[in-house]
Design a protein around this ligand. Structure first.
Ligand code: KG4
Ligand code: ZN
Length: 335
């Protein structure tokens, strides 16, 4: 059984997963209420919160799974990317546990963790194609086998979730902005504003959201200068429409290019209901099925880290006690 530990951003999480696919427990202690008053994650506060939460969160994960320390076969921990001070808390604790329990330690990339959330929800056949959309990433990743990653495209500037958070902040909505924009957008007109879509060069699977962000901020300034109140729901709906349209078109085009029958989606933005329905609909028109993790496994959690870690363990890819936290850890092949 794998013990997974995740502390890369503002969730302290620990999970017990059997054979990389069966979640026995998945405890998530979120810091969102603490960071909300600052409008975003404050790294130093995140580290301190992780220090307070890590021991009870891990103990609860074992209790919920109704297992003891002896039942664990290895420990998987997020080594990056993320906030370095936050990562270090989970990493140091995982190393101390691995040392004291004489268990193998594996270091997991947070991004591959998001992809592996799908293994907890579906019978996944490799190769797979996954659209990873989170607060830190917007990537189209092709995975021929466990531990092998081919990047088809990535964002050249802001991540999709980051754009949601920044626009929400400009609209005076609380952190995190994604769910708030989604909620408001339901009451707005997605065609009210023709915000730009960055398609980039033809056939490119890269993304760019900074032009869209600037266009929305400029629109908000125009309302401010005229002294008019902002039609917040229309702005939210038009912004969401612009993000989702590009994500959907590029993800479906990538699935066609790779000739995969199923497209997987992962990361916090995969919780967005409008993305889920649009992508499912458009992909179906091209004979492609779309699969998402359940909402709780889209945003940060340790079960996904344990699911990925299990495959490192099976392949004997253990980390030493010198494993370090790397803020911008790239997703590299380990097999
Ligand atoms: O995967 P995640 O929990 O953390 C990172 O690895 O970044 O993703 C968090 C991001 C935030 O930017 C948040 O606003 C976004 O996911 N998010 C959403 C929704 N729920 C979370 N974005 C759009 N719609 C949502 N429903
Ligand atoms: Zn994440």
């Amino acid at each position: 059984m794998t013990l997974g530990i995740e502390t890369s951003c503002d969730e302290t999480s620990a999970a017990v997963v059997e054979a990389g696919e069966k979640v026995l427990s998945n405890v998530i202690s979120t810091q969102i209420p603490v960071h909300r008053r600052y409008g975003g994650v404050v790294p130093e506060i995140a580290s301190r919160q992780h220090v307070e939460a890590i021991v009870p969160v891990v103990e609860t994960a074992l209790q919920d799974a109704q297992i003891g320390w002896d039942d664990l076969s290895h420990i998987a921990v997020t080594a990056g990317p993320g906030l370095v001070g936050a990562l270090l808390v989970g990493l140091s604790y995982a190393k101390a546990l691995a040392y004291s329990l004489s268990l193998p330690l594996v270091g997991v990339n947070h991004l591959e963790g998001h992809i592996y959330a799908n293994f907890l929800a579906h019978q996944v056949q490799l190769p797979l194609l996954c659209l990873v959309v989170s607060g830190g990433h917007t990537d189209l990743i092709y995975m021929p086998d466990h531990g092998q990653y081919e990047s088809l495209g990535h964002t050249l500037d802001d991540a999709a979730g980051e754009a949601f958070d920044k626009i929400a902040r400009a609209l005076g909505l609380p952190y995190p902005g994604g769910p708030e924009i989604e909620r408001l957008a339901r009451e707005g007109n997605p065609q009210a504003f023709g915000f730009p879509r960055a398609w980039l060069e033809p056939d490119s699977f890269n993304f760019s959201f900074s032009g869209l962000k600037s266009a929305v901020l400029n629109e908000l300034h125009r309302f401010e200068q005229k002294g008019c109140s902002v039609p917040v729901a229309d702005v939210a709906a038009s912004f969401q429409e612009a993000v989702v349209e590009v994500l959907v078109a590029k993800a479906v085009a990538a699935a066609q290019a790779k000739e995969v029958p199923i497209l997987y989606v992962a990361g916090g933005v995969a919780a967005n209901g409008y993305l889920r329905t649009s992508l499912t609909q458009v992909a179906a028109e091209h004979g492609i099925e779309v699969r998402f993790p359940p909402l709780r496994l889209c945003t940060d959690n340790a079960a996904m880290i344990a699911a990925a870690g299990y495959h490192y363990w099976r392949a004997g890819k253990f980390a030493g006690l010198d494993l370090n936290a790397v803020a911008n850890l790239p997703l590299t092949n380990w097999k």
